[in-house]
Write a protein that binds this ligand. Structure first.
Ligand SMILES: O=P(O)(O)OC[C@H]1O[C@](O)(CO)[C@@H](O)[C@@H]1O
Length: 234
């Protein structure tokens, strides 16, 4: 893992942007995208740039089950707001939170990922070490699947909802096996509340209890951390 330490999330956004820019220049066509508060500065840098994604494909990591694309807490809404409305891609794929048959849907999403190998995947990390919505205990062999969110994730994400009760209990997430097939991976983490998860991801044992620790097995991972998120590293 290559580690880039930055002063704050703004600088982290610039560092993430530079990796997107280089990947695009080197011919990357398919980008795996994440939501959450972490990647917003990278997306803002992309929006402010003259980079052209109009021939690119994007595939998002996850979506809440039960939220329509126009719900203001859905990840569809997030992506349109922060990126797609201002920087159009040729085609974008996101899990359908309202898919009538989730079992069929997750298989179809897996086929989409197989058909469009991801050149560059951006990830955030949950305080419990989750990547995408792959919670602790998720098999490293898993492909796209339906996840029961843990209390800690529901609690962490409740800050975006009017109340904790409104946070969906389930999500659809790309699986760890699919994430690991990405040619290059960026993990961004900012703030003290990510420090323990960052330490376990980089220095801890590789264990399904800390999903992000599996990234130690990938040969092209760049971790972008601010001083707070890096504060527990050796
Ligand atoms: O960036 P945040 O809001 O801290 O969330 C951490 C991670 O948890 C998720 O919200 C769950 O998918 C990811 O999108 C994100 O990378």
């Amino acid at each position: 893992m290559k580690i880039i330490k930055v002063t704050d999330q703004q600088a982290g956004g610039k560092a993430g942007f530079e990796i997107f820019k280089e990947a695009l220049a080197n011919g990357a066509t398919t980008f795996g995208l994440a939501t959450g508060s972490t990647p917003v500065t990278t997306y803002a840098e992309i929006v402010a740039s003259d980079l052209d994604f109009s021939k690119s494909t994007s595939i998002n990591l996850d979506e809440y089950v039960g939220l329509a694309a126009d719900h203001d807490q859905s990840y569809h809404y997030f992506m349109n707001k922060h990126l797609f409305s201002k920087k159009p891609f040729a085609q974008t794929f996101l899990p359908d939170g309202l898919a009538p048959d989730l079992d069929t849907f997750v298989k179809q999403y897996h086929e989409i990922i197989e058909k469009h190998p991801i050149d560059l995947q951006i990830l955030g990390i949950g305080q419990n070490g989750h990547i995408g919505f792959n919670e602790p205990g998720t098999s490293f062999e898993a492909n796209t699947h339906v996840v029961d969110l843990t209390d800690s994730t529901i609690e962490a994400n409740s800050r975006f909802f009017a109340s904790r009760d409104e946070v969906p209990a389930q999500a659809i997430s790309m699986g760890i096996a699919e994430i690991l097939k990405s040619k290059q991976i960026i993990v961004e983490a900012f703030g003290k509340n990510k420090a323990a998860a960052v330490k376990k991801m980089i220095e801890g044992p590789i264990t399904e209890d800390v999903p992000a620790s599996v990234l130690q097995k990938h040969d092209n991972v760049i971790v972008i951390v601010d001083e707070d998120a890096a504060s527990l590293l050796a």
